[in-house]
Design a binder for this molecule. Structure first.
Ligand code: NAD
Ligand code: 89V
Length: 343
């Protein structure tokens, strides 16, 4: 049994706790939050007796295999520092870091301490996305040459996550990071990116619309677009839609989890809806399922001493896309050569 502690008992951590209860071979034995009310509420909800308001105290007192850091980005570096110094494996929420320097410091600390560090980059773990990727890999549409990964909604994300309305950066750093990661997952690493951003909702601080164009190392061109200002007749938050054109056919992941493949054999359509886990709530159930899937993967990796798919080191490439997208948007959509260290 891998024993873990959750650090940060806020809005999203409740999903982590439900998922941990379902992951075979893992057990959360202690909780930490500097907010006593949140700590107490989560401890009561999940029946956890050992609680701490200070992560250093938690690490001194507990014997752990892993720590699950579910705080917002500002505290990731000090917490990763503390956990790695205790020789404990780490799963850390996205966005991993505010800067590439912080991210590299964290991967360096984990590597020096010999601990596994995985970023909780869960969107690529949604089963609909994985089924789409599996179709591409079977050759159903030939060789992909163009793709679109799209998330457009007018869902009120600000009520659950109020910091999204006041942070200096919004949609690329919070949501685009997932969508860019899916583009990497489907088409591989990118060699260039350009981006444009808009703030449509004047009640928030930063951009709520972003359109990015990537050229991948295999010459696939992809469009990654995100919006929280898009009022559709059918709101499908939090679905990510896909369009992939290949040399012999096309793949579309449409709303309501409809996966369509068109090729010389004809057109087929499959329902790839995620399961509704017993603790999940619509419309969040696809994200909640991906939380279970990624946490399950983390424990598998610990058991088999493998690097996780979304390791800290892997996530540096997704973060680089985020940084380059902001740079491009701030310079009139300039195309950023991701291989150029001087940019
Ligand atoms: P939140 O503010 O609701 O919760 C964070 C909690 O961490 C708070 O209770 C706070 O008191 C606690 N905390 C902060 N610093 C601490 C410290 N040093 N020691 C102990 N406790 C500390 O935030 P949230 O909305 O739950 O978001 C947390 C992270 O999860 C964010 O980075 C967010 O981007 C991410 N998130 C990811 C997804 C996803 O699908 N992957 C969805 C929502 C949120
Ligand atoms: O990932 C996130 O932090 C969330 C959500 C999935 C709603 O975009 O903001």
């Amino acid at each position: 049994m891998k024993k873990g502690a959750l650090i940060g008992c806020g809005f999203f951590a409740q999903n982590h706790m439900h998922a941990w209860a379902d992951v075979e071979g893992a057990e959360i034995t202690a909780l930490c939050d500097r907010d006593e009310d949140r700590l107490k509420a989560t401890a009561q909800r999940f029946g956890i007796e050992r609680t701490y308001t200070d992560a250093a105290e938690l690490l001194k007192a507990e014997t752990l295999d892993f720590a699950d850091i579910a705080t917002t980005v500002q505290t990731h570096l000090p917490l990763v520092q503390l956990v790695a110094a205790s020789g404990v494996n780490i799963i850390c929420q996205k966005p991993f870091a505010d800067t590439m320097d912080d991210a590299k410091t964290m991967t360096g600390l984990a590597s020096a301490a010999g601990v596994t560090l995985m970023v909780h980059e869960n969107f690529r773990w949604q089963s609909a996305i994985r089924k789409a990727k599996a179709e591409i890999e079977t050759g159903a549409i030939g060789t992909p040459f163009w793709g679109r990964v799209s998330f457009r909604s007018a869902y009120d994300v600000y009520s659950g996550q109020p910091y999204l309305a006041t942070d200096d950066r919004f949609i690329i750093q919070d949501l685009g990071i997932h969508i860019l990661d899916i583009a990497r997952f489907l088409f591989g690493d990118a060699k260039s990116i350009s981006a444009s951003t808009r703030r449509v909702n004047q009640a928030i601080r930063a951009e709520d619309v972003a359109t990015m164009m990537l050229v991948h190392e295999n010459d696939v061109t992809s469009i990654v677009d995100c919006s929280y200002a898009t009022r559709l007749p059918h709101e499908h938050f939090p679905e990510t839609l896909l369009e992939v054109d290949g040399s012999t056919g096309t793949l579309r992941l449409m709303s309501d989890y409809q996966l369509e493949i068109h090729n010389a054999q004809g057109t087929s359509r499959k329902d790839v809806s995620p399961p509704l886990l017993p603790w999940a709530e619509r419309p969040w159930h696809n994200i909640q399922e991906s939380v279970f899937n990624i946490q399950h993967h983390f424990i598998d990796c610990l058991k088999s001493d493998r690097a996780p798919e979304t390791s800290g080191t892997d996530n540096l490439k997704t973060l680089d896309l985020v940084e380059a997208a902001y740079l491009s948007a701030s310079e009139g959509n300039r195309t950023i050569d991701l291989r150029d260290p001087n940019r």
